[in-house]
Design a binder for this molecule. Sequence first.
Ligand code: SF4
Length: 113
Amino acid sequence: MFDKDQTWASRAACAGTEPDALFVRGAAQRQARQLCFTCPVRMECLADALSSNASFGVWGGLTERERRALVRRYPEVSDWPAWLRREDDELITELRAQRAPRIIARMRAAHSA
Ligand code: SF4
């Protein structure tokens, strides 16, 4: 489900930055996303990116690789905004932390358990 309300974008930490700053490739995404962890609308941004299958650049503090892994791990999720609001999932708690989430390591650990 794609949230049509895009008013959150005006509060984005990246609203005043160089447009290409978050559209870097590979390892540079890890550095670029530091801005996201100060962003008051990070979860809205992430939900939007997951809902619209944004494939390039940093969104919501996640790299392309991390978002791909998340979508692959949860193919049944159709409403990402609702999923990200859940309180009962450790991975979502990790995603909400104000630092780079260790989601790939967590997903690997959960898969091998
Ligand atoms: S989370 Fe990052 S990419 Fe998304 S709006 Fe905030 S600063 Fe921009």
